[in-house]
Structures are given as C-alpha cells and as structure tokens.
Design a protein around this ligand. Structure first.
Ligand SMILES: [Zn+2]
Length: 418
C-alpha cells in the first residue's frame, strides 16, 4: 500500500478521492458499537478514513501547526492506558436511533473497549468523548453558602465550598443526512454550502457522497453532572438542568452587559440543591460564543448598541445585532438536544432557562419538561436589563410581566464612557 503513516515531505495527500480499501463502514444509528463501527478520522493511514475532516474540532488546526513546527510526529498514536471514563454513561436506547442523535458519536467515550480488536489491528481510533471527575469552586456558590441558601453536605457540596461533579467533554461528529433533516434542507445542499462557506475547506463534502460523517472544525460541548450520572436516564429522579451557550465575556470575565454568568451560577446553585434533594443536576455548556456569531461580531454589536441615537435601549437590542450579523442568532438549537439523548434523558423536571428556542428544541425532540425556572431579578446586573427585557418582549418565557414597546424604549444601558 502506497499510503503510509509517515508520508514523505512534499507529498500532498489529496482527500477528494477514495484512498482505496481498508476503511471500516459506519452504520449510523445501529444498536451496538460493533454494528455501528468506529469513527476513523486519522490523518495518518488515509485508506482507513471513513469520515470527512479530522478529530478535535477547531483544535485540529493547532495539531497541524504542531506538525508544521516539527513538535509533533504525524505518526503519533494516542496511548489510551487509564483514560477510560470515570463513570459509565449508557448505552441507552436513544443511541440506536439515527434520528435522535446526529451531531455526536454516542460510542465516542468507549472506543478503547468497544473497538479493541480494530485498534489492535492498526486502526487509529480516537475517543471523541471523555468523562472525568472534578471539584468546582465558584465565588457565587461560596456566597450562597455564606448567605445560608446552600449547606455543605460533604457529598455534593464540600465544606470548602467545592461542588463535586462528573464532567464530560464532547467533540462534534455530524451524521450529514441527519443534520440536513434537522435543518430542513437536502443533504446535497448542506454539503455544497458547508464546502463553499468554509472557503472550500473539505472537498470530500462534494466529491465523496459515500462518506456520510463529518468532523466539523468547530467547538464542542461540556456537560457538568451534579449527583449520579446514571440518574439522568431515570425519569423518576428529579432532574434540574440548564443548557448554556458560551459567553466568555460574562461567563469567565464577569462582564455586566448580559446575564450569562449570573444565569450559569444560578443554575449551578439549583443543580446542587436538586442533587441534595436526592435528584440530579446537569449543566450542558456549548461552545457557541456570542450566539455563535463569535466575539468580534459581538463586540461590534455592543458598540453599535451603545453609540446609536438615543443610546442602548431594549427596543433596539435585536435590530443592532441583525444590522451587523445579518441575523439575530446563529445558535440554532436544532442539534442541542443530542447531548441530552446521549445521557439517556427522558424528562427534565426543572429547566433553568427562559429561552423558548431551547424549550421548543428539547420538547420537540421528545423530552418532557416540567417546571421552567427563571433567573431571580436580583441577579440581573443593571446594564443587562436591556438584554433581558428585550428577550422577554421577544417571547422568552417569563412568569412575570412582559414589558411593552413604551417600556422597552425606557430600558437603557450604560454609555461607552460610563
Ligand atoms: Zn453573555
């Protein structure tokens, strides 16, 4: 076979045509790992590849840099000794349903076990999911303990203020026919647009119709579980859950223009309380910065909002985003419920979110939602009033009064020099 794990320098390996025999089939939605087959996105032995793109999402580009810099051998194979999940997840019935999960590989955490024979035969099969344990320490949780809202129990919440969690990181693995169906377009159209709108990054999207799985170069998601992971799949155990989209400015740096971090830490507090009541808590965190528009667009919108005539008002909130980005939002929650189905979830008793888009996506995917929990008013920063009032007026769920057009004109954020 001409194709080897260590190609000669200068030899460019085109991916637009089949590399020959040797690739294992993927039967998406098959009931067992053995029937489904492994996802092989290796850049080493081309003949083994059975997907478009490669592992690690956007970090595949850094891997390429490491190879270019001579720091990483292209032939490197991961040694998976002792990397197995700390907590078993599944398998669940949903894993064998090609319609329920289309954007992640349900078997991605257990490839070392599930595909031991193929690994031994020389296939470079990498996990796309990793499950571990952690202690998370947040000032808002310490504050909740100080104010008596939370009590350490030595199990879910330690006297140190640390919450005990199981967490899992998931990389995107897209089954293209399923993704196209979610977005109501044809698979051919989806492939063509993905190819063209990435500047022609993956020719196989249009030349290799036989490859149905794509590892897109985008961010993945992380789930934080408070309590026992197996309880997530038991609808009789109370589940408190939030699905949260990344907002680095607020989540990490505490920017007060939005409610993202307050909502996140409020949800964590609710999750800890839920676990302490004998239930289980879940925060699913998606890397979809700035409504998936990215931070550059987001900051441009901030300036446009604050500099517009009349200042930053709630009634112009969505209009300013649309002026810069062309749309109000690119998060499209269509793929979001997949991670919930991976966890075996059938019922969310308490959903900590006001977003109707998220609620509709979750219930539309067959998961029952009980109560919806909104953010307590005192947790909304003054400058974030603009965002939250605009969202409420646009139809976000709220148990309280919805502001009308007059009130929206009055809700005003700080100026840029404030
Ligand atoms: Zn935010």
């Amino acid at each position: 076979m001409a194709d080897t794990a260590t190609p000669k320098p200068g030899h460019i390996r085109l991916t637009s045509h089949s590399g020959g025999s040797g690739a294992l089939p993927i039967r998406w939605g098959a009931a067992t790992a053995a029937e489904r087959g492994p996802v092989v996105g290796t850049t080493g032995t081309r003949a083994h590849r059975n997907v478009i793109g490669t592992h690690s999402g956007s970090y595949s580009v850094y891997r390429a840099l490491a190879v270019a810099a001579g720091a990483l051998s292209r032939a490197h194979r991961a040694d998976l000794t002792n990397t197995a999940p700390t907590d078993p997840i599944g398998p669940y019935e949903q894993w064998g349903d090609a319609d329920k999960i289309v954007s992640l590989d349900p078997w991605g955490a257990t490839v070392a076990d599930a595909f031991a024979a193929e690994l031994a035969a020389g296939y470079d099969i990498r996990p796309t999911i990793a499950v571990t344990k952690a202690h998370v320490i947040l000032p808002e949780i310490a504050d909740a303990i100080a104010k008596g809202r939370l009590q350490p129990d030595g199990r879910h919440l330690l006297a140190s203020g640390a919450a005990v969690v199981t967490k899992a990181a998931l990389e995107p693995v897209w089954y293209l026919p399923g993704v196209a169906a979610r977005f109501g377009c044809s698979e051919t159209e989806l492939r063509r647009v993905l190819f063209e709108e990435t500047g022609g990054m993956y020719p196989e999207l249009v030349t290799r119709g036989d490859l149905e799985v794509f590892l897109p170069p985008i961010g993945g998601q992380t789930v934080y579980i408070f309590g026992a992971a197996r309880d997530l799949a038991d609808p009789s155990v109370e589940l408190t859950a939030r699905v949260h989209d990344e907002c680095n400015g607020s989540d990490v740096f505490g920017s007060d223009i939005c409610t993202c971090r307050p909502y996140l830490t409020h949800a964590i507090e609710e999750c800890i309380q839920g676990a302490q009541r004998g239930g289980v808590g879940l925060v699913a965190y998606s890397r979809k910065e700035g409504r998936a528009l990215g931070e550059v667009t987001k900051f441009l919108v901030y300036n446009a909002r604050k500099r517009q005539e009349g200042g930053d008002t709630a009634d112009q909130y969505f209009a300013r985003t649309e002026c810069v980005a062309g749309v109000q939002d690119m998060r499209f929650q269509e793929l979001m419920p997949d991670v919930l189905h991976w966890l075996g979830i059938r019922k969310i008793h308490r959903l900590v979110s006001m977003s109707n888009m998220k609620y509709d996506a979750i219930t539309g995917s067959g998961i029952e939602v009980g109560e919806r929990v909104n953010i307590p008013d005192e947790l909304v920063p003054a400058d974030a009033r603009v965002e939250i009032d605009a969202k409420m007026a646009a139809g976000y769920f709220t148990p309280g009064d919805v502001p009308d057009a007059d009130e929206l004109r009055k809700v005003k954020g700080r100026g840029l020099d404030g």
